[in-house]
Design a protein around this ligand. Structure first.
Ligand SMILES: Cc1cc2nc3c(=O)[nH]c(=O)nc-3n(C[C@H](O)[C@H](O)[C@H](O)COP(=O)(O)OP(=O)(O)OC[C@H]3O[C@@H](n4cnc5c(N)ncnc54)[C@H](O)[C@@H]3O)c2cc1C
Length: 502
């Protein structure tokens, strides 16, 4: 390896990129992380600071079925991790419903007639389920009945995705709310809490406690970046990758990054680990991938997201971590209450900070609305949903998050398969990791696992582990206690899988 070259050039300083860099650095491999953001590491899991208040992009629960991931979180930021109770509700037609739904509470708040209709619709779904449900609507209707689907799933899901539930793949429902049905919710409501038998069957949606760094998820990733630097690795901020060229003669990659000044810098490496969105990456790879892979990458879609952070006088109106806003009368989709995630998210206990989450597409009306107007909208809507009086809002800040969600439409899986197969065939030293890096609806732990396995592959000099299998066994993550794994493997993937078996 030439002296000016790195073992790996890592694109993106989010959980996946930093995990790969940390794991490689610990083994003495020289690495550089190129992060486009000038200030923050952590990607979607960063924590934005404003006047001493800390804003989480979404609200990040630290929970994993993987001992390795839980262990890594402890290794990086153990003393700063809090154990937090989870509390969340749904706001619908001026009522608050406990979430995960408590069937008896939900039915009593819906009223007798609506409850009877919901139960009849659930029974109809049980008797005549939609065979092989392909869409989110079909999948949820099978589990809850059409009527409950319309009340508790349709509006929020359509706010999140900006498309009809009949266009959203059932994969998303299966991954997000796997194992949850009206039947399992009733069972959960009836069985005493903490019973080991029940705990084993707990589904992700029902997790009641989680860990959280005391100053938000960004604290984990800032500490990780610091540790990488201490180990000799480089974490370069404000470096947007705009080109990736592979030279088959030297077997080396040249990665071009644009700095804030507009200058271009070049980084050479034996391997490239990319957590940037596949669509952007594939467009800049040289030599070009075959046309079907280019076309597939252009077809991938994303959903974007903005948070309006409000600083309010704390009147103790609510203590939930977050509230889903199913009501179609407001644009806001979810409200976070950061002080409930950790008291240290606010610098002064007289105030609370809320995050009103609006789902949008980059460039659409909401995305391009001026910050001042968005703050006014949030002030109106927080009052409309009865969580604070507009007059109690003392300040606000807008945080935009492009590509928050990789879209799971009918064709995404086929596109992703086409791309990764082309990369495996033509560019074995290019490794895709993470959420948008693999176009997978990965949480931090899965994003990290793909990076941990990739680091092992790089150190081994061969693709011993199949990173694409991580999510296929997501079930392990979705159904059980933190740190528990159902097999002898510390990973939620088979060890040393043949790469073509995914
Ligand atoms: C609303 C919401 C709530 C969530 N809640 C949870 C939760 O409760 N628990 C949980 O574990 N996970 C949660 N997640 C998921 C979590 O945010 C992601 O799994 C995680 O951040 C993915 O890490 P990553 O490194 O793959 O990608 P990212 O976090 O997207 O990081 C990628 C990084 O690459 C950088 N980048 C992109 N393009 C370039 C380029 N061209 N050049 C250089 N750098 C580039 C970006 O700036 C970014 O820093 C949530 C996500 C959302 C949207």
């Amino acid at each position: 390896m030439p002296t000016d070259a790195f073992k790996a050039v890592i694109i993106g300083g989010g959980p996946a990129g930093l995990t790969a860099a940390y794991e490689l650095s610990k083994q003495g491999a020289p690495v550089v992380v190129l992060e486009s953001d000038p200030d923050y590491v952590g990607g979607i899991s960063r924590t934005v600071k404003y006047k001493g208040f800390h804003f989480d992009i979404g609200g990040h629960r630290f929970f994993s079925k993987s001992r390795e991931v839980e262990g890594l979180w402890t290794e990086i930021a153990g003393p700063d991790m809090l154990d937090r109770p989870r509390s969340s509700r749904i706001y619908y037609r001026s009522q608050f419903y406990t979430y995960p739904l408590k069937p008896f509470e939900a039915l009593s708040k819906l009223g007798l007639t609506e409850s009877v209709l919901c139960m009849l619709s659930f029974m109809a779904a049980r008797l005549r389920p939609i065979p092989e449900p392909k869409t989110f609507e079909d999948w949820v209707s099978n589990q809850f009945g059409k009527r409950l689907f319309r009340i508790f799933f349709k509006t929020y899901t359509e706010k999140v995705w900006g498309m009809s539930c009949s266009e959203i793949s059932a994969d998303w429902a299966a991954q997000r709310i796997k194992g949850l049905s009206l039947g399992s919710a009733i069972k959960h409501a009836l069985l005493p809490k903490g019973e080991p038998k029940d705990r084993k069957q707990v589904v992700k949606t029902l997790i009641e406690t989680f860990r959280y760094p005391r100053r938000g998820p960004g604290m984990m990733w800032e500490t990780c970046a610091e540790k990488i630097r201490q180990l000799g690795g480089k974490v370069m901020m404000g470096r947007k990758v705009v080109g990736c060229r592979f030279d088959p003669v030297s077997n080396m990659w040249s990665v071009t990054a644009r700095c804030a000044s507009g200058n271009l810098e070049e980084y050479r490496g034996e391997h490239v680990v990319s957590s940037m969105p596949i669509r952007d990456l594939v467009a800049q790879i040289e030599p070009r991938l075959p046309d079907p892979a280019l076309q597939a990458a252009r077809s991938l879609r994303y959903r974007d997201f903005l948070t309006v952070g409000l600083i309010v006088n704390d009147r103790g109106r609510f203590t939930d971590n977050w509230i889903y806003i199913h009501d179609p009368g407001v644009k806001v989709g979810r409200v976070q209450n950061y002080k409930s995630w950790s008291p240290e998210m606010v610098p002064d206990a007289r105030f609370s900070s809320y995050g009103l989450e609006y789902f949008c597409f980059e460039g659409d009306g909401l995305w391009t609305t001026a910050d001042r107007e968005l703050i006014e909208l949030a002030k109106r809507e927080i009052q409309q949903v009865n969580l604070a009086a507009s007059a109690d809002v003392v300040d606000g800040v807008v945080i935009r998050q492009p590509k928050a969600y990789p879209v799971y439409d009918d064709a995404y899986q086929q596109h992703v398969d086409t791309i990764w197969k082309a990369i495996e065939q033509y560019l074995p030293a290019l490794h895709l990791v993470g959420r948008n890096g693999m176009h997978k609806y990965n949480n931090q732990d899965h994003a990290m696992m793909t990076a941990m396995l990739t680091a092992k592959n790089i150190l081994a000099g061969e693709r011993k582990y199949n990173v694409w299998a991580v999510n296929q066994d997501a079930e392990y993550h979705e159904a059980g206690a933190a740190g528990e794994v159902p097999t002898a493997s510390p990973f939620t993937v088979p060890t040393e899988t043949a790469i073509n078996s995914a």
